[in-house]
Design a binder for this molecule. Structure first.
Ligand code: FAD
Length: 519
């Protein structure tokens, strides 16, 4: 195994997760972070999606997030004084985690940082601002400005997790095309007691913010995230000085006491790097894509980038990767970013119409939604984050199915490319694994219904028979497994192949393709 580290530029949540995920593979990393120490990040990410909690579980922080986070299952949408509809998230799978928990990004970062502090394979260096990047066929070198001068650090690969103003992206001369929205969003974290439970409330055009919307989200410790859409040119200092801010807050919290924990003014953007991989450099998180937060797709997808990057880099270093594995990062994660931008773009067209015609359409939809259930389906206040499906990835065996549901929030069938569903299992030799997804993450996993297939490959692979580990048949049901069914699962839990009664060569070919081999 190569002793040189992987370089990670940026010690935000995505950089910290990349380091922790690499450490699971025994890969050392150096995180270079520009700031002199961890700062509170203010009113940023709060919603953590279920499948992302599974990734946090792999690095041992999900339980702490669950203990502190608020679980919410009800989302209410209002237009003026009318409640249009209520969504209650059902549990479409047998996951160990709820659909979403809410927890502030500062708390998430603190938990990740304390996991990093306990991980000897991660070297986190503050006050290292990366200013230059170069690479050849075997190493990547960065120069960083430190308080005592410039240092050079070399590694086998580099994960650029240095956020929206990424210096690495800039040094690689990659475009970051997209646009910003004229309207601003005033976001306050307010500690107070509200007369309703842990639920998300979205108000279109309330009389206290005419023509625009207000979003209210629960957080731990009686803190509520309140997000007002405000016009271009909005002056926060003037709003505070005139008492208008207090009035805004009072419209929601009433006469009771409140404390402002954090206050920020954001202009949201939709952007994507022209490439997410250049040689041995992989861009992840906000360095690669920036999207409006309605739907909570920013950090959730950044953690999925880190997961995708980590196993591919680990395979590359161990000599298990085929020639296409690193390149597949670009294919898979840029497809995921494009999908997230498409979905958030549709939401923003509804929230921030760009023309008179779009405004008129929005007003018409909202008016009709008061009385017409069909119009309610057109109301878009954000489509919540979900994992991408790698149906046409070069790592996936088989053609994409003809009628795969791609609409936001639709249940995805367990076909090749999709994240494998979860279910309880019981494995005699691995008593700590109580569910299917706990079997994944350290190599490929071959699952078969009743016959153990012969697995003949030089990459780490384990095989399980569902009829032996799935006593209640719940995993087989979730996987829609038939008697000759066999699934090949990647280290990140995505199904690489779904095969029918395969022989050893067919399973080997599917694993070979999934490790970036030239099948
Ligand atoms: C209002 C708001 C609400 C949001 N809500 C959600 C939500 O509910 N769910 C969700 O999933 N996402 C949400 N997001 C998005 C989420 O906050 C971001 O996607 C997330 O912060 C991205 O993490 P990152 O690690 O990629 O980048 P960052 O958090 O920006 O971290 C980048 C790090 O790189 C460092 N750095 C920068 N330049 C250099 C350099 N040259 N050298 C070394 N270090 C450098 C920075 O100091 C920083 O620490 C929200 C965002 C906003 C603004």
């Amino acid at each position: 195994m190569n002793a040189a580290p992987v370089l990670i530029v940026g010690g935000g949540p995505v950089g910290l997760m990349a380091a922790l995920l690499l450490a699971r593979w025994g890969v050392p990393s150096v995180i270079l972070e520009a700031k002199p120490s961890r700062e509170l990040v203010g009113s940023k990410s709060i919603c953590v999606q279920r499948d992302v909690l599974d990734i946090y579980h792999r690095v041992g922080v999900a339980e702490a997030l669950m203990r502190e986070g608020v679980t919410w299952q009800v989302g209410r949408t209002f237009y003026r004084e009318h409640e249009l509809f209520t969504i209650t998230f059902p549990d479409p799978s047998r996951s160990a985690f709820p659909g979403f928990i809410n927890i502030g990004q500062s708390s998430v970062e603190r938990k990740l940082e304390s996991a990093v502090a306990k991980q000897p394979l991660v070297d986190l260096r503050y006050a290292h601002r990366v200013t230059a990047v170069s690479q050849d066929h075997s190493v990547v070198t960065v120069r960083a400005q430190t308080p005592t001068g410039i240092v050079e650090v070399t590694g086998t690969h580099l994960v650029a997790a240095d956020g929206s103003h990424s210096a690495v992206r800039d040094r690689l001369r990659l475009d970051f095309e997209g646009h910003s929205f004229a309207d601003l969003f005033l976001i306050a974290d307010i500690r107070t007691v509200l007369p309703f439970g842990a639920e998300r409330r979205f108000h279109f055009d309330p009389e206290w913010n005419p023509g625009r919307q207000v979003l209210v989200h629960p957080q731990p410790d009686s803190v509520w995230r309140i997000d007002w859409q405000v016009p271009e040119g909005f002056d926060l200092a003037a709003d505070q000085a005139s008492g208008r801010l207090d009035e805004r807050i009072r419209r929601i919290v009433g006469d009771g006491a409140y404390e402002i924990v954090w206050l920020s003014l954001y202009r949201f953007q939709q952007r994507m790097a022209s490439r997410m991989r250049v040689g041995r450099v992989l861009l992840a998180g906000d360095a690669a894509h920036l999207m409006a937060p309605f739907g909570a797709r920013g950090l959730n997808s950044g953690v999925q980038d880190a997961e995708n990057a980590a196993w591919k880099i680990a395979f590359d270093r161990a000599g298990w990767a085929g020639p296409e594995l690193l390149a597949s990062y670009q294919h898979e994660r840029s497809a995921a970013a494009r999908e997230n931008l498409r979905v958030t773009g549709d939401t923003m067209r509804f929230l921030v119409p760009q023309s008179d015609a779009e405004w008129a359409w929005r007003r018409d939809v909202l008016e009709r939604a008061v009385v017409d259930p069909a119009a309610r389906a057109q109301v878009n206040s954000g489509k919540l984050a979900e994992p991408y499906w790698y149906l046409d990835s070069p790592l996936t065996t088989g053609l994409p199915p003809e009628h795969f549901p791609v609409g936001p929030g639709q249940p995805r069938p367990p076909v090749a490319g999709v994240l494998c569903p979860d279910a309880p299992v019981s494995v005699l030799a691995e008593p700590s694994a109580t569910r299917l997804r706990e079997l994944f993450g350290t190599g490929f996993t071959v699952l078969s219904h009743t016959i153990t297939p012969t697995v003949d490959t030089e990459v780490p692979t384990r095989a399980y028979r569902l009829d032996l580990i799935d006593r209640d048949g719940l995993a087989a049901e979730a996987l829609r497994a038939w008697p000759g069914w066999c699934g090949v699962v990647r280290p990140d839990g995505h199904l690489a192949a779904v095969l029918n009664d395969p022989d050893a060569n067919t399973v080997r070919a599917a694993i070979d393709r999934a490790r970036g081999g030239s099948v």
